[in-house]
Design a protein around this ligand. Structure first.
Ligand SMILES: NC(=O)c1ccc[n+]([C@@H]2O[C@H](COP(=O)([O-])OP(=O)(O)OC[C@H]3O[C@@H](n4cnc5c(N)ncnc54)[C@H](OP(=O)(O)O)[C@@H]3O)[C@@H](O)[C@H]2O)c1
Length: 247
């Protein structure tokens, strides 16, 4: 999509086994980047086929973002990179009166603490070299509270603030830290909403664009923020939501 603008760049994408992360990794490779994906399971077979076709380097490192030691080991193994996309995330739904503390802490660890640890680990190399791009995946729930998802809303509010905090310190060192806030995207994370025809229809009617996003809609915005076209974009949270927040 961005031709070969990222030729020779090394990128890390978390949670690229499926969904938005898989689309981000594919778009980065199509834009010239070599990619390392971080997730629990094996590298996505469709990404492996694409890497073959495009003659890009694609490596997978197994990490559990619930475990800080496993994240630290992955950062040490990979070393310096040009681009970090903090995409992996999780969702747990309960009424707030019943929400188990262990579930709350798990969501905060995977969605927020892991993002800080990864950004710090890879960002330190970028700051030392005077260049780099970090993109976080925020959410509509960085702005709104949602229903039955207090941990997710808290974690994504924190991701938006963390993005700005890191940008404030690192922009003057040539490192761009920005976030993308997707609207409703057709991925496994929204299985419960997609399986409920009434809720699906109600949401569609509320989206000015009249449709849910595809993972590629989000990936295009993420990869834009990884290119030199976004060199003067710092500390922003870019909604890619079909117009939802403007309504
Ligand atoms: N879908 C939406 O509508 C939407 C809207 C706003 C924001 N977002 C955000 O966008 C990002 C991607 O969402 P998505 O919809 O593509 O999600 P998804 O389809 O559920 O995929 C989540 C990815 O994160 C990985 N992951 C989750 N927990 C992990 C853990 N403990 N350790 C390692 N990897 C883990 C998964 O790996 P495994 O395959 O190993 O589980 C998978 O690759 C998330 O941060 C999400 O919060 C999504």
């Amino acid at each position: 999509m961005f031709d070969d603008v990222l030729h020779g760049k090394k990128a890390v994408v978390t949670g690229a086994s499926r969904g938005i992360g898989e689309a981000v990794a594919a778009t980065l490779m199509r834009s010239g980047s070599d990619v390392t994906t971080l997730q629990r399971g094996p590298v996505s077979p469709s990404l492996l086929r694409l890497a073959d076709e495009l003659e890009r380097s694609l490596t997978g490192v197994s990490v559990d973002f619930a475990d800080a030691d496993s994240i630290g080991a992955a950062i040490a193994e990979i070393g310096a990179v040009d681009i970090l996309v903090n995409n992996a995330g999780t969702q747990i739904r309960h009424d707030s009166v019943d929400f188990p503390l262990a579930d709350f802490n798990r969501v905060m660890q995977i969605n927020t603490s892991a993002v800080f640890q990864l950004s710090q680990g890879f960002g330190a190399h970028m700051v030392a070299r005077g260049e780099g791009k970090i993109v976080t995946l925020a959410s509509l729930l960085s702005f709104q509270g949602g229903l039955r998802v207090p941990a997710y809303a808290a974690s994504k509010g924190a991701v938006a603030q963390l993005t700005k905090a890191l940008s404030n310190e690192w922009a003057s060192h040539g490192v761009n830290v920005n976030g993308v806030a997707p609207g409703y995207v057709q991925t496994d994370m929204n299985e419960a909403l997609l399986a409920d025809p009434d809720r699906f229809r109600q949401l569609n009617e509320r989206i000015p664009a009249g449709r849910w996003a595809l993972p590629e809609d989000i990936a295009n915005a993420v990869v834009y923020l990884c290119t030199p076209y976004a060199d003067y974009v710092h500390g922003t949270i870019l909604p890619v939501d079909g117009g939802w927040l403007g309504r």
